[in-house]
Write a new protein. Structure first.
Length: 561
């Protein structure tokens, strides 16, 4: 995906200047390096767009590399999901799919090089002791009693660690940097730990595994990365990456940090996602209420909408939180242009046209998308008995209610004018179960020859032709803009919206949607945008509401103006 419409930003300014100065021979080579320990979320969409988009814009390359240095948390399921999500966003790495684990031997050799140079040592302190010795943000750390082990002893112990002689946690390899550094990441960080665990890519070939901070910069160097683009939480880690690369004397990519993508009413944490799944709040990583890319795809968000949201927010150096309404605005704009219109009744109420011929069926032409004339039209069947929305009828209408009520005439979309003449009620509950009307045959197509006006047009489906469908309505997953805003002693789960999903099992939709494929998107006229869920099967249509028709972002902009 070449992004010729990308706005200028400070990263592009740096890349442009580097090319002008012939730095790295004018090359631009980026990478997207996810850890395969969970599903990607919308924050990753921004990182993907930046790394792949900048490479394409400047005629460079972008790698997809899995930073798979922790076999305990990594699974093939996550690798497959990440590959699927990056492709779904429209980006491709060609033949440049890499794994950190492919570099384990080279990373090990680099560790030996640091040990031989007296810049790394084997430590026998426990993990708890290492944390205690490291100090705090205001107090310096103190050196480990094993910090000055002889080089030969360190080499011997490290090789024996690799050979599997020691149990998990007995020893680690640490860099020898500065225990008094104001940057706590520089206080002799751990480089390797003993971990007898099967790796999804290398199997049981290794029982020591490199720490992320040790391996990450080396991977960039091995791949010849020129611009290592990452989010701001890695800014404090950059001096450590620089120290490792300088100590080894190897190719040194330039790391540039940018602000993360955050939205109101949203959390961006694999750990939080997992907790919500485990506690039954959501059904899985692809639940449409989660901001995972698989969840957003299932809900009906398009990759174009996500990329457009990233462009609107831009690339900055300071973290901020964007209004969720902006993202939904981008989704609506895309779906408005690209989704077919259909009629679907979510809460059906029978409407009988008493003066319409009992066995007659007509067809009316309905535009598939007025925003796109090339989308054409479809035929919608019409008969004596229809379904309308329960909200489109009131036996006793409130003030300024212009839809159907006794004695009132309204328009049926594409069809006729009808006037309510009465109702049928459940004898036990008194609930209206059927509305009776008469129609004006002269208004076929929804226009009156005498130019009389009606104040409301409602949608409908023919009862005899309608398909039954399950519709899932989603609301915000959290009740507060900032889910982390909780009372003392509580956590973000106290702000979870327990009513974020409503399932309507017996909706009625027009027959045009028979055989609709999972993932296809539609606008249900007057009701919002919907996507066919993967749970759909022969004889069972399932839809997720993507977004409603109301655009809150427009309201926000007007208020700001």
């Amino acid at each position: 995906m070449t992004d010729s419409t990308a706005p200028g930003d400070f990263i592009r300014d740096i890349v442009r200047q580097d090319i002008s100065n012939n730095k790295n021979g004018g090359r631009v080579h980026t990478r997207f390096p996810p850890e395969p320990n969970g599903y990607l979320h919308i924050g990753h969409a921004k990182a993907i767009w930046i790394s792949f988009g900048i490479a394409a814009e400047f005629g460079g390359k972008c790698n997809l590399r899995f930073d798979d240095t922790n076999p305990v948390k990594e699974e093939q399921e996550y690798i497959d999901a990440i590959i699927r999500d990056v492709h779904w966003l429209g980006f491709d790495w060609e033949d440049r799919l890499y794994y950190a684990s492919s570099y384990f031997e080279q990373t090990y050799q680099y560790a030996l090089q640091l040990i031989e140079a007296g810049k790394a040592y084997i430590d026998d302190l426990t993990a708890e002791q290492i944390r205690e010795y490291r100090g705090t943000l205001t107090e310096p750390g103190k050196p480990s009693p094993y910090r000055d082990r002889p080089v030969a002893e360190n080499l011997d112990l490290f090789k024996r660690m690799r050979a599997g002689e020691f149990p998990d946690g007995l020893r680690v390899l640490r860099a020898k940097i500065d225990m008094a550094s104001p940057n706590i990441n520089m206080r002799d960080p751990v480089m390797y730990r003993i971990l007898h665990a099967t790796h999804p890519h290398t199997g049981d070939a290794w029982c020591i595994y490199p720490m992320y901070d040790w391996a990450h910069g080396i991977e960039d160097s091995i791949e010849g990365i020129t611009h290592s683009l990452c989010s701001l939480e890695f800014e404090d880690h950059r001096p450590l990456y620089d120290w490792f690369l300088d100590a080894l004397g190897i190719h040194h990519p330039q790391q540039i940090e940018f602000a993360r993508l955050n939205f109101t009413y949203t959390v961006m944490s694999k750990r939080f996602f997992k907790r919500m799944i485990d506690e039954g709040i959501v059904r899985g990583f692809d639940d449409p209420r989660l901001p995972t890319l698989s969840g957003l795809r299932r809900r009906g968000y398009s990759p174009e909408a996500l990329i457009n949201a990233c462009k609107m927010i831009g690339v900055a150096k300071t973290n901020s939180t964007a209004d969720l309404a902006l993202l939904e605005h981008c989704v609506r704009e895309d779906l408005n242009k690209n989704s077919s219109r259909v009629m679907g009744v979510l809460r059906p109420l029978r409407l009988v046209i008493d003066n319409y011929p009992e066995n007659q069926v007509e067809e009316f032409d309905a535009l598939n998308n007025p925003e796109n004339p090339a989308a054409g039209a479809r035929k919608v069947p019409f008969s004596r008995v229809l379904y309308i929305e329960q909200d489109d009828f009131r036996e006793v209408p409130p003030p300024k209610y212009y839809r159907l009520s006794p004695g009132r005439e309204i328009r049926l979309r594409y069809a006729y004018f009808v006037t309510c003449t009465g109702v049928t009620k459940d004898p036990n509950t008194g609930e209206v179960i059927e509305v009776h009307c008469t129609y004006d045959p002269a208004t076929r197509g929804g226009d009156s020859p005498d130019h009389r006006k009606v104040k409301s047009t409602i949608h409908w489906v023919s009862a005899a032709h309608a398909l039954e469908a399950e519709v899932r309505l989603y609301e915000k997953l959290f009740t507060k803009e900032d889910p982390g805003d909780v009372e003392e002693g509580a956590d973000f789960m106290s702000n979870v919206n327990r009513d974020s999903l409503e399932v309507l099992p017996s909706c009625r939709i027009e027959p045009f949607l028979a055989g609709a494929a999972p993932g296809s998107r539609y606008q249900f006229e007057r009701m919002g945008y919907f996507c066919v869920d993967p749970d759909t099967a022969p004889g069972k249509l399932v839809f997720n509401r993507t977004v409603s028709l109301r655009d809150d972002w427009v309201k926000v902009q007007k208020q700001q103006e």
